[in-house]
Design a protein around this ligand. Structure first.
Ligand code: PEP
Ligand code: MN
Length: 289
């Protein structure tokens, strides 16, 4: 108890303080704000595979109401022999697809040497689970000034995760959004153990917005919608969801990727839930579903 009570003292910059409002993290030049009343849904394929694939996926997710397009250009793969991402050409495709539809882009930056380049294409830089404690990378994205989506490490404690956020803010960048994506557990029945208790806990400990990634959190497409809804019921500020037009052909993470129709189904159930938890959806979303 004593240890718990002393935790917030360590996060000088990211801890919540009496009287301090929760942070709203806005992306530049696009109408996206994490942590406000409106929930933010980021969606797209695990990896950008081709222009046709990212265009088709982008159209589908935006039509259903996503306002941030995701897609990996640099992939952190466990094996060096699997698909590593298309690199800068994927960033070009992602940016072009998002611009055609008027939405924002979030994509992972794996390496300090790529921060400047990725920042030229993206509205938000994703720090993946495997890099959550890459302190040089945290400092570098902090100095870049671009909004950062900081995923929880594979086996990171809340303390370590908040300290990682502290590195980014200390480097001068206050625009940090936390993303719970599950942690390793003893049980391989799901890919990771999606920790939803962490959402109300983080709302006590930090002023930073928190979103949830039920795709990596479960690894199983059929579990994504129920866990997405549970995350929002628990107070998450938004979602990160993997969507692929033909999941069985995906270069990475096909088993957890929703088909466009499944994603549309999830999105259609959001307005009612949002109302129940006192939230809304961005204006303009769902117009064409
Ligand atoms: C991803 O978002 O595709 C990804 C690699 O996620 P994580 O870092 O959470 O494994
Ligand atoms: Mn993935």
């Amino acid at each position: 108890m004593e240890q718990f009570a002393s935790l917030p003292q360590k996060y000088r910059l990211v801890r919540s303080e009496p009287g301090r409002e929760r942070s709203i993290v806005e992306l530049d030049d696009c109408n996206v704000a994490f942590g406000g009343e409106a929930l933010v849904v980021c969606a797209g394929p695990c990896s950008v595979e081709s222009e046709a694939q990212i265009d088709e996926t982008a159209q589908a997710v935006v039509k259903s109401g996503a306002t941030v397009l995701r897609g990996g250009a640099f992939k952190p793969r466990s094996s060096p022999y699997t698909f590593q991402g298309l690199g800068e050409s994927a960033l070009e495709m992602l940016r072009a697809a998002a611009d055609r539809l008027g939405v924002a882009v979030v994509t992972e930056v794996l390496d300090v040497r790529h921060v400047e380049m990725v920042a030229q294409y993206a509205d938000m830089l994703q720090i993946g689970a495997r890099n959550m404690q890459n302190f040089s990378l945290l400092r570098e994205v902090g100095e870049s000034g671009k909004p950062v989506l900081l995923k929880r490490g594979l086996a990171a404690t809340v303390d370590e995760w908040l300290m990682a956020a502290e590195y980014i803010v200390l480097a001068g960048n206050e625009r940090v959004v936390l993303c719970e994506r599950g942690v390793r557990s003893f049980d391989s029945a799901t890919r990771n153990l999606l920790d939803l208790a962490v959402i109300p806990l983080l709302r006590q400990l930090t002023h930073l917005p928190v979103i949830v990634d039920p795709s990596h959190g479960t690894g199983i497409a059929a579990l994504v919608e129920p866990m997405a809804l549970a995350a929002l019921a628990a107070g998450a500020d938004g979602l990160l969801v993997e969507v692929h037009p033909q999941p069985h052909t995906a270069a990475s993470d096909g088993a957890q990727s929703l088909r466009p129709a499944e994603f549309a189904h999830l999105m259609q159930s959001l307005p009612e839930l949002a109302r129940l938890v006192g939230r809304s959806l961005p204006s303009g979303a769902f117009l064409t579903v």
